[in-house]
Design a protein around this ligand. Structure first.
Ligand code: CUA
Length: 336
């Protein structure tokens, strides 16, 4: 029982470190060809290292035991310095191992670096900001915030940029990380095999809110993606209720200067995420569970909720204005 007591926290730590259970935040369960290729390379290197360590330590232990000093030993063992046979063996084996490692590594490196478009591929320009993500679809003339929608079984060419400081784009279930650097466009590609939600994180220390700079890649069937992209590019729908209509007025007065909806509003320099499909998000500000209470908390106390962000506080709104604004924001949807 004591043993079990020790084992449980250890298991918990391992699960935490591998990010198990948290929306595929792990490179060990690949959900697309890029992550699959990268995991295969990791495994190949790991297996070779394990074989080398086991063999070397086995020989080491054997030699320690076999040639230990025994009572009555008088002679020095046979010296092997300059042995051609041994020199050839311990040069050839590492060379062979390096070839086994190098061939797939070089081949996969070329495949992974190939960001050429094919007939189906789409391009997504990912701009990192302190502390949120912008996804621009130049082929569809669409800009989205925080949720990166992609069609399944499609090569996604990702162009990485940053508006302020260095960030790093990482969706472990789909691909390895790559930096967003101001003034430079880095390119990579990824692909999702199945529909699903894959968590992404910023992995470059970029300021106070770095640890909360999360996003999601939402892979949907190509038909659904087309619908999403088309609707994202349409003007805003009329709000469904009178309360939402009132909320829309509050939004127009308070939020539209920084946040675009349906292609209207926003500010390319000092603005925040596009909110056209805000009502379809699963989290607020990248990390808060989506519910009325958290949305109000975010709108009233953004600085306390996500340190370092530039969203102004809207604590001056009275309860009825806040209720209407929340109703309106929850109704911002482009699918179904
Ligand atoms: Cu952006 Cu860390």
């Amino acid at each position: 029982m004591k043993q079990l007591g020790k084992l449980l926290p250890l298991t918990a730590i391992i699960f935490l470190l591998t990010g198990c259970g948290e929306l595929n935040l792990t490179a060990l369960d690949p959900q697309g060809p890029v992550a699959q290729m990268q995991l295969s390379l990791i495994k190949l290197s790991l297996y070779i290292m394990i074989i080398v360590i086991v063999v070397v330590f086995a020989i080491f232990a054997y030699v320690l035991w076999r040639y230990r000093e025994k009572p009555g030993d008088t002679h020095i063992p046979k010296q092997v310095e300059g042995s051609k046979t041994l020199e050839i063996i311990w040069t050839t084996i590492p060379v062979l191992l390096l070839i086994v490692l190098a061939v797939p590594n070089v081949m996969d490196t070329f495949t992974l670096a190939n960001v050429e478009a094919d007939e189906n591929s789409i391009t997504v320009k990912v701009t990192a900001h302190q502390f949120w993500w912008e996804f621009e679809y130049p082929d569809h003339n669409v800009i989205a915030g925080q949720d990166m929608y992609i069609p399944t079984d499609t090569k996604i060419i990702v162009q990485l940029e940053a508006s302020d400081v260095m960030h790093s784009f990482w969706v472990p279930a789909l691909a390895g990380k790559q930096d967003n650097v101001p003034g430079i466009t880095n390119e990579m590609w990824l692909e999702a095999e199945h529909p699903g939600v894959y968590k992404g994180k910023c992995t470059e220390l970029c300021g106070e809110g770095h640890w909360l700079m999360d996003f999601r890649v939402i892979a949907v069937e190509p038909d659904k993606f087309d619908k999403w992209a088309t609707n994202m590019g349409e003007p805003e729908q009329e709000p469904a209720t009178q309360l939402a209509e009132t909320g829309r007025e509050v939004f127009q007065a308070s939020c539209i200067a920084c946040h675009a909806v349906g292609g209207v509003g926003g500010n390319p320099v000092a603005g925040g995420p596009d909110l056209t499909n805000f009502g379809e998000r699963e989290v607020i500000a990248g990390f808060l569970e989506f519910n009325d209470e958290n949305l109000e908390k975010w709108l009233r106390y953004p600085a306390e909720t996500k340190p370092g962000n530039t969203m102004p506080a809207f604590n001056h709104l009275d309860d009825s204005e806040m209720e209407a604004l929340i109703e309106y924001m929850k109704g911002l949807k482009v699918l179904d």
